[in-house]
Design a protein around this ligand. Structure first.
Ligand code: WTA
Length: 666
């Protein structure tokens, strides 16, 4: 629906701070402010082909111009399918991120690397990045990687992670990054599903002063991946104790010097796949979310440019990992497509102490800082003294991502980090959306603490009644969030499973993309994302599926059955609780609980470990055998008075036992 001022009252919201403009080096990217946003937004909704066609011509470099901006022409999801964008056009992602800037300005910093240990980083210019990307592209070609092949990436946050991604897309191949906190088992599953034959990793990783034996995890995973031909290993720590498989394992530094500093990019068509990124959904099996090339690039480019108001000389610090979509779009692609400088930070916000982020901002004069609320909660709790003694006056935009940001955390961010002079942008989006879909435009949109505010260009959000699917029109409504029309950076499919893509996103509510989130539109038209309505929990901004954790638990030989639910946690947003019934009585339940936690850490990764394990003799089930997780959630929240009718359960008496066990253990 077009937006107009009549339906968007702004009495209870906050203006873009004046300090944003005082700190601004020139003209904001939407100079006409709110009125211009409304005009552009309405154009983008009424005629997406024209709007995005023009933007794609203006901001992307094409080897072959596209003929049609959208297929099928028109608008909306037609016949239950999604759309394709920029037909017959050819381009290369690494050319758009690197070459075109390196050709003009080779000495400009592309990457500022902040190593885990302070003062051990370095800067990589666009010119240097181009050489490295070209050389690694040739290494990959030598290893037999061809257009359309997938390459698995399991790397820490070092500049070489960016080089790797761009080298892969330079030869038209597909990167499949696996967050380096995932276990060997999770890595194995992703390598097998994507059929990757080459893995790029490091000897070890460093985080918060701790060593992680990255390559050993890869070796473990590869025991069950017979098709992997080579492992390219970046030397991060130089440990002398590195297991090595002759013929398979190759050192990055030995391979890279064999090649000349330039090789031409392999152009691909707009709709050719640029990457896969696995994410959790309602079932135990992670989905390989598949993104296109041109549409994805345009989404990352435009949101970085407009939401964060990135100017050519800006320095963006996205404190997210390249293993998640935030790292893909706002550490790698968005900043580089705009020719800006991106900060690659290897460490944690708490090492060597809680002022690490602010040291980095101060030292490098960061202009846009972007992080998940979970880190802000930690830093707020640590105390304002860590922020106060830093010069943070370079910051114009403070972004938030991954989970709702509570009002008091928003206020803290605004006051202590932004000092009232930065625009707070709470950005709502998903792995599947590729780039921000609901977010304030810096310097333009009014904001309310906790609301992601208004849709980005080309996004037509609707609130639906969860049960009937009926669209809830007007303001002051609450339901599930869906999008009425396709946009360029949305995922194209689930790898090798278009049917699953349709089932998950396009079929639940016919004619819409279903986000899986609940949301409200308040009396002034602001959007508030309320959290997942499916079996996904968001722990410290990491997206986890309860079903996946249940499948991990069942690997332990004592586990009969389990049900995993999320529950609110002050620090991590949500935490994981696992209700487990064991196959037999045990003498030492505390020991078993420890083992179960270890099992999840081993099967998925440390970040998925349950905070709470509750051993019960049975789980509440319907007569058809379905576990009633709703009851477990309520008991955990202490809402046992509002369990509703439990007499329809096949085993209603178990509820009393669960309530008393939770009271005792939780
Ligand atoms: C949640 C992360 C509230 C949401 C970019 C979504 C948010 C899921 C916000 C996607 C926000 C993301 N406010 N909730 N600003 N941003 N979410 O795929 O539940 O890791 O569906 O992408 O995070 O997580 P994903």
């Amino acid at each position: 629906m077009p937006l107009d001022n009549e339906h968007l009252l702004h009495e209870n919201s906050i203006d873009p701070p004046k300090g944003f403009f005082e700190r601004h080096p020139g003209t904001p990217n939407i100079p006409g402010g709110w009125e211009e946003y409304l005009k552009l937004y309405n154009q983008s909704i009424e005629n997406p082909s024209k709007f995005f066609g023009e933007k794609a011509k203006e901001f992307l470099s094409w080897a072959t111009p596209f003929t049609d901006a959208r297929y099928p022409p028109g608008n909306g999801f037609q016949n239950g399918d999604s759309a394709a964008w920029f037909l017959n056009g050819e381009l290369n992602a690494s050319y758009n991120c690197v070459d075109r800037h390196a050709l003009k300005n080779p000495d400009k910093p592309a990457i500022i690397y902040e190593a885990d240990e302070p003062n051990q980083g370095r800067t990589v210019t666009y010119g240097e990045l181009l050489k490295d990307v070209c050389r690694i592209a040739q290494v990959l070609t030598d290893l037999g990687v061809k257009k359309g092949d997938t390459v698995a990436v399991y790397l820490p946050m070092v500049p070489e992670a960016i080089t790797t991604l761009l080298a892969i897309v330079r030869i038209g191949a597909i990167h499949s990054v696996v967050f380096a906190g995932f276990s060997a088992g999770s890595l194995r599953d992703r390598i097998l599903d994507a059929d990757s034959r080459i893995v790029i990793t490091s000897d070890e990783s460093l985080r918060g002063g701790k060593i992680i034996e990255t390559k050993k995890i890869v070796d473990e995973a590869l025991k069950s991946c017979p098709d992997v031909r080579n492992v390219l290993v970046f030397k991060r720590t130089g440990t002398p104790h590195l297991p090595w498989v002759e013929g398979r394992d190759l050192w990055w530094h030995e391979e890279i010097i064999k090649h000349v500093p330039y090789s031409p990019p392999v152009n691909v068509r707009s709709e050719d796949t640029s990457f896969l990124l696995y994410t959790s959904g309602s079932t135990g099996k992670p989905k390989g979310i598949q993104h296109s090339t041109a549409g994805y690039l345009l989404g990352a480019l435009l949101t970085t440019k407009y939401v964060f108001d990135v100017q050519g000389d800006d320095i963006l610090f996205t404190a997210g990992d390249v293993g998640w979509i935030t790292g893909h779009s706002y550490v790698v692609y968005g900043p580089l497509l705009n020719g800006a400088t991106t900060v690659v930070f290897e460490g944690t916000p708490a090492y060597p102490d809680y002022s690490r982020y602010w040291d980095i901002v101060d030292k490098h004069k960061v202009t846009q800082f972007y992080v998940a609320p979970t880190a802000l909660r930690l830093l707020k709790r640590a105390g304002s003294k860590y922020v106060q003694n830093h010069d943070l006056s370079s910051i114009r935009v403070l972004g938030s991502v991954g989970e709702p940001i509570a009002a008091e955390v928003w206020e803290w961010y605004n006051e202590y980090v932004g000092r009232g002079k930065a625009h707070i942008c709470d950005t709502y989006w998903q792995t599947e959306t590729g780039s921000h879909i609901i977010a304030p435009i810096a310097g333009v949109s009014k904001t309310k603490p906790g609301s992601a505010s208004f849709p980005f260009f080309g996004i037509d959000p609707v609130i639906l009644d969860a049960t009937t699917g009926e669209e809830l029109k007007g303001n002051n409504v609450e339901g599930v969030l869906a999008i009425r029309n396709p946009w360029p950076s949305m995922a194209r499919t689930v790898w090798k499973d278009y049917n699953r893509f349709l089932d998950t996103y396009l079929r639940p509510y016919e004619g819409y993309y279903f986000t899986g989130d609940g949301a409200a539109r308040d009396q002034e038209g602001f959007y508030w994302v309320l959290g997942r309505v499916d079996d996904v929990v968001n722990v410290s901004g990491h997206r986890l599926s309860t079903a996946e954790i249940e499948s991990a638990l069942i690997e332990h030989n004592l586990v009969g059955e389990s049900a995993v639910v999320g529950f609110p946690d002050e620090l991590t947003g949500s935490a994981v609780a696992a209700f487990v019934s064991l196959k037999k009585d045990v003498d030492n339940p505390a020991e078993v609980k420890k083992e179960l936690i270890l099992t999840v850490r081993k099967e998925i990764g440390p970040f998925a470990a349950p905070k709470l394990i509750i051993l019960v003799s049975d789980l509440p089930k319907t007569r058809s055998g379905k576990i009633m997780r709703r009851i477990l959630r309520k008991v955990l929240a202490g809402e046992e008075d509002s369990l509703g009718d439990i007499s329809t359960l096949s085993n209603p008496s178990i509820v009393e036992e669960i309530i008393s066990t939770v009271k005792r253990d939780a």
